[in-house]
Design a protein around this ligand. Structure first.
Ligand code: SF4
Ligand code: SF4
Length: 361
C-alpha cells in the first residue's frame, strides 16, 4: 500500500526544504569518458536537490562511508601546561542520505546491528541517529552481474525513513513511510499540488510495478539463499580457493567496495608537541597482513585462505552471528576486482562441486 504520490518537481522542492537543517548527500553523475561506463554515480554532498541523479543506476562506492568514514579521528589528545587531556570526537551532523537502493538499505541494517550489539560504537551510532534515509526502489537490476534477487535484498520494507517507487516515465513517485520523521517530511495532507494521497488507479499502477519488477529480476545462483550456509559447510576443503586465489593481488579492493565489510584498524598519530589523535581506518581481510599478529605469525598467510575466509563470512558466518545479510548481492566486489574474481561465479562453482559430490556413487 502506498502512503502518497509525489511529482518529481515537488520531491525536489521537499528535498531542498530538508537542506535547511541537514547536510544533503546523494548520487551525483560524473562524466569520465576514459572510464567504463563513461557516466558513473558517486555519493557526495550537494547544495541543491537538482544536483542529485535520482534515476542513477548504481553508485560506485556504497553509502557505507557516510556512516563509517574510510578514516576518522576517534579521539584527540593534547598536552598543555604539563596537563594531558583526551576527548572523543563525535560527529552529530544532521544528514539526509537521498537515493539508497534496497540492497544498500539491507547493508546499513547489518552495520547498525554490528555497531550496536555488544560494545556499542558511539561514533557510528551518533552518525546513524543523525541520519535521515530516503530509499529509492529499483524497478529492474541496476546493472549486469548483480545477484540481489538471490540474496533477497532487491526489495525492503524497513531501514529507511521514506522509500520512493518510480511509477512511470513522468517521474511520478509512489511513497511509503517507515518513520514518523519520513511522514512529517512528505505528509500528503500538507498537499501542495505535487503531493497527494493515492487513489485506486495509483494502487493498480503500483501492483503492476511490482509484477514487472518480479519478472525483471532473474536468479543467478543455482540454489536459494537459505542453502548457502550448508553449501559453504561442505566446501571448506575445495580446491577452488587456491586455484582462484592464484589470480588475486591481495589488494583488498573487494573489501573496500563492499557495503557489508566493516573491519577497521586503529592507530595513534602523535605530534611533536605531545598531542595527536587516534584514527580509525577501514581494513581489508584480503590484505596480506590483515591476520598478522605479534611474533610474526600470520594465521591466513595464503591468498586462498583469505579468499575462503571472505566468502565464508559473506555467505554463512555473518548471517549466523546476526541473522542479517552478510552479502547483499550488489556485485561491487566483482566490479572492483582487477583480477576479475567474481563472488557470484565462485558461489555458482561451489554449488556445482557440492551437487556433483552429492551425485557421485
Ligand atoms: S560481497 Fe560483493 S556482492 Fe556481496 S555485498 Fe559485498 S560487494 Fe556486494
Ligand atoms: S579485489 Fe580481487 S585481486 Fe583484489 S583482493 Fe579482492 S579478490 Fe583479490
Amino acid at each position: 500500500m502506498l502512503d502518497g504520490i509525489i511529482s518529481h518537481q515537488e520531491l525536489l522542492r521537499r528535498i531542498d526544504a530538508l537542506r535547511v537543517e541537514r547536510r544533503l548527500i546523494g548520487p551525483v553523475a560524473r562524466v569520465e569518458p576514459e572510464c567504463m561506463p563513461p557516466v558513473r554515480y558517486f555519493y557526495q554532498p550537494v547544495e541543491r536537490a537538482d544536483e542529485l541523479a535520482l534515476d542513477f543506476t548504481y553508485c560506485v562506492q556504497s553509502p557505507k562511508a557516510v556512516l563509517l568514514p574510510p578514516a576518522e579521528p576517534l579521539l584527540r589528545f593534547d598536552r598543555e601546561s604539563g596537563k594531558f587531556r583526551a576527548g572523543p570526537v563525535i560527529d552529530h551532523t544532521p544528514t539526509a542520505l537521498i537515493g539508497v537502493h534496497p540492497c544498500d538499505v539491507h547493508a546499513i541494517e547489518l552495520l547498525d546491528a554490528v555497531f550496536s550489539n555488544g560494545n556499542a560504537d558511539g561514533h557510528y551510532l551518533a552518525r546513524r541517529r543523525s541520519l535521515f534515509i530516503v530509499a529509492v526502489d529499483c524497478p529492474e537490476p541496476c546493472t549486469e552481474g548483480v545477484f540481489c534477487r538471490d540474496m533477497e535484498t532487491h526489495e525492503t520494507d524497513r531501514g529507511f525513513d521514506v522509500i520512493l517507487y518510480r511509477l512511470d516515465a513522468d517521474r511520478r513517485y509512489g511513497v511509503v513511510f517507515a518513520s514518523d520523521a519520513g511522514r512529517a517530511w512528505l505528509n500528503p495532507s500538507l498537499s501542495s499540488g505535487g503531493m497527494r494521497t493515492p487513489n485506486s488507479d495509483d494502487e493498480r499502477t503500483f501492483i503492476r510495478y511490482r509484477q514487472n519488477k518480479e519478472r525483471a529480476f532473474e536468479p543467478r545462483l543455482p540454489m536459494p539463499r537459505r542453502e548457502l550456509p550448508e553449501m559453504m559447510a561442505r566446501s571448506y576443503d575445495s580446491l577452488l580457493w587456491e586455484a582462484t586465489a592464484q589470480r588475486c593481488y591481495s589488494c583488498g579492493s573487494c573489501n573496500l567496495a563492499c557495503p557489508t565489510c566493516y573491519c577497521f584498524d586503529i592507530r595513534d598519530e602523535n605530534e611533536l608537541n605531545g598531542g595527536g589523535c587516534r584514527l580509525r581506518e577501514w581494513d581489508a581481510c584480503m590484505a596480506r597482513d590483515f591476520a598478522l599478529v605479534a611474533g610474526g605469525h600470520n594465521f591466513r598467510a595464503k591468498p586462498g585462505q583469505r579468499l575462503r575466509h571472505r566468502l565464508y563470512r559473506k555467505a554463512a558466518w555473518i548471517e549466523a552471528q546476526t541473522g542479517l545479510h552478510g552479502c547483499v548481492g550488489c556485485a561491487r566486489c566483482d566490479r572492483a576486482c582487477t583480477a576479475k574474481i567474481s563472488i557470484v561465479e565462485m558461489l555458482g562453482q561451489l554449488a556445482e562441486e557440492v551437487q556433483h559430490a552429492g551425485t557421485r556413487p
